[in-house]
Design a binder for this molecule. Structure first.
Ligand SMILES: [Ca+2]
Ligand SMILES: [Ca+2]
Length: 189
């Protein structure tokens, strides 16, 4: 893999047959904009008891860690989208998008392929570099044993005057970063 080192750590629970896959992929420091330069994406999951339904459910967590500290008030904003492919074709079945229009109340919304809202993820900030999204597996709408995902961070960006029309575009780095750069990370449940 050219631009990433796949890290897969398999953890087997000693509490019965539960099987957890915790893993991720690193991404190089390849963006001038610190708030869109992804350094690492990681996934994990845990079982929890849904007392109301009397069932054991799975909570999925996805963490995106940037190379530099960032916050919701970042100039230019941050558009962070996790996309999930839950079957064998190339289409994406779910997208989880971070909304920071109101920096005091960021939220993460899960939509399906038709743009319909399927639910929301809980957001937490483990440190000033990272953000973690947690949501029940049920938001995928079907019983999965694995899925593939990636993260794309984009910043609103206004080129400096000398780079704007009618002048030809300047060779500026694009304020967007994906991890992994190619393909997707597999999360086995
Ligand atoms: Ca990067
Ligand atoms: Ca698909």
């Amino acid at each position: 893999m050219k631009l990433g080192i796949l890290i897969v750590v398999l953890c087997t629970s000693i509490l019965g047959a539960a099987y957890a896959d915790t893993g991720g992929v690193t991404d190089p420091a390849d963006q001038a904009w610190g708030n869109v330069d992804i350094g690492l994406i990681e996934h994990s999951h845990e079982k929890y008891a849904d007392g109301v339904a009397g069932k054991t459910r799975t909570l999925l967590t996805h963490t995106v860690t940037m190379h530099e500290a960032w916050n919701y008030e970042e100039p230019g904003g941050l558009d962070l989208v996790l996309s999930f492919n839950t079957d064998r074709d190339r289409r994406v079945e779910r997208e989880l998008r971070l909304h920071v229009q109101d920096p005091a109340n960021p939220y993460a919304e899960m939509t399906d392929a038709k743009g319909r809202i399927r639910g929301y993820a809980r957001i937490s900030r483990p440190d000033e570099l990272a953000i973690t999204f947690a949501f029940p597996k049920g938001l995928f709408g079907r019983n999965l044993t694995r899925y593939r995902w990636k993260a794309v961070a984009t910043s609103d960006f206004t080129p400096p005057p000398e780079c704007q029309a009618p002048n030809p575009p300047c060779p500026l780095p694009q304020p967007q970063d994906a991890a992994p750069d190619r393909g997707r990370v597999i999360h086995r449940l």
